[in-house]
Design a binder for this molecule. Structure first.
Ligand code: DLL
Length: 433
């Protein structure tokens, strides 16, 4: 049976959704115009006033916001309400530059937690469940968002945060955790550790996982589902828009419903900014129409993705986004060819490896080099050199057919690649150093 947290809106007709979006967009544009001078100036530069935006059909007229704008306006320049009305901030890790700080009113947190509650119920969660939140707590949004959503559903919530892997497993076993929330790479690490501890899927009551915050392949989903004996659901979000729960997977497990009563999604051509039709791959852009403290209009996520509007078997009507292929800034350009780490992951898992790999990019004599280090599983271990060479050649051929370019493959010892408790670091690009 399908469970819903807010069935009426999650299954609303297209006409109802459009009516909500039209009304909220007009209000939000006025709110931003009145309260965010940074964006008002951008509108003025385009000769726009709020009166020009009468419905979602006018959305394309609005200027984009990018990460560079967020950095320029740091920290308070894009806030939409006085600080006395904000109750919290969250922030990105800032690995690629200055941190992004996002502000929340109590109402913003409330609607964010609603989105996470929708995700948990779409994964089959109810008040009968024990939900362990192993995303990091703190400035990162993962822990706080799913924790709040789990409370709203009425699950018994276990806020373990990330790390301390053996203790996670002890709680899963002792408290009979049924829903696990963490990054997919941490889920794989937990599964591996459980196996080492001599536990099998039958020993634990887990039934579902809500995994996101990083790109993961369909092959990795299968791997996690098999090793943990659960259903693995994807969840998407970003700090700038609140955090997890901007979109989430349902029982169909083939794409994530975007919470369209709070976020309007567009796909654009990343080079020209032109809006592309549904079904076409491009950069995902979001307009946040409900949140008041950090009301971003037409925010360019840099995530590469496709939208679909076909009817979904779960009964939800909100548009679905495919698994993002990765961020445009994660995309590697190797000898002129675009390569996403998730494509490499898919090939490795198809050949029986686990998602323990690292991609090392370099440049020798002005030519890019691509070196994929992947761990052998304990079962693959052998001192037969020919067998290892054959395995390597198989992977080189698989990667060539997926990417169209030749990669070097190095098989490394089991457990020689550092495991991740949060977002995994898959790529080392020595060209940038
Ligand atoms: O990662 C929020 C989150 C927490 C989402 C927990 C899901 C679960 P940031 O740290 O701001 O926020 O990173 C946002 O992570 O632009 C994507 O590039 C990537 N990302 C998030 N979810 C997914 C996903 C959180 N399901 C950035 N698949 C986004 C692929 C994802 N990439």
């Amino acid at each position: 049976m399908e469970h819903y947290f807010q069935k009426e809106i999650e299954c609303a007709s297209r006409e109802e959704i459009i009516a909500i979006q039209n009304q909220k967009l007009v209000e939000q544009v006025q709110h931003v115009w009145d309260n965010v001078p940074y964006y008002r100036k951008k509108m003025e530069d385009k000769g726009l006033t709020p009166g020009d935006i009468k419905s979602i059909d006018d959305l394309h007229k609005l200027p984009f916001l990018s990460k560079a704008d967020l950095r320029e306006a740091y920290p308070y320049g894009l806030a939409g309400v006085p600080m006395k009305d904000c109750v919290r901030i969250h922030s990105t890790s800032g690995t690629t530059g200055k941190r992004v700080v996002a502000f929340y009113t109590q109402a913003d947190i409330d609607l964010w937690e609603d989105c996470c509650a929708r995700a948990i119920m779409a994964a089959g969660g109810t008040s009968e469940d024990v939900c362990q939140v192993a995303y990091g707590f703190g400035l990162f949004t993962g822990g706080a968002g799913l924790n709040g959503g789990s409370h709203k559903v009425g699950c018994l919530t276990v806020p373990t945060s990330s790390g301390n892997t053996e203790r996670q497993i002890m709680f899963i076993r002792d408290l009979s955790t049924t829903i696990l929330c963490c990054t997919p790479s941490y889920a794989a690490y937990l599964a591996e550790t459980m196996k080492e501890m001599g536990m099998s899927p039958e020993d634990i009551p887990l039934k579902a996982g809500i995994f996101g915050a990083e790109a993961w392949s369909e092959e990795m989903r299968q791997e996690i589902q098999n090793t943990l004996g659960i259903k693995a659901y994807d969840i998407y979000g970003l700090t700038e828009l609140s955090g997890p729960g901007v979109a989430f997977e349902c029982s169909a497990q083939d794409g994530m419903h975007i919470n369209e009563d709070h976020f309007i999604a567009e796909i654009i051509d990343p080079d020209t900014g032109e809006v592309l039709p549904d079904g076409t791959q491009g950069e995902l852009v979001f307009t946040s129409i409900s949140k008041k403290a950090f009301p971003l209009l037409r925010y360019r996520t840099r995530d590469i993705c496709t939208l679909h509007r076909e009817k979904c078997s779960c009964g939800r009507t909100h548009v679905k986004m495919e698994k993002p292929k990765g961020r445009s800034d994660d995309m590697l350009i190797i000898r002129g060819v675009n390569v996403f780490p998730s494509q490499i992951e898919a090939v490795l898992l198809e050949h029986g490896y686990q998602a323990n790999y690292q991609i090392i990019v370099g440049r020798v004599n002005n030519t890019d080099t691509l070196d994929v280090h992947v761990e052998m599983t304990p079962e693959m271990f052998t001192d037969d050199v020919m067998e290892i060479r054959n395995r390597q050649n198989e992977l080189v051929a698989g990667l060539k057919s997926m990417l169209g370019i030749k990669a070097k493959v190095t098989l490394v010892d089991h457990k020689s690649i550092t495991r991740s408790e949060g977002k995994a670091v898959r790529v080392i690009d020595n060209r940038k150093i």
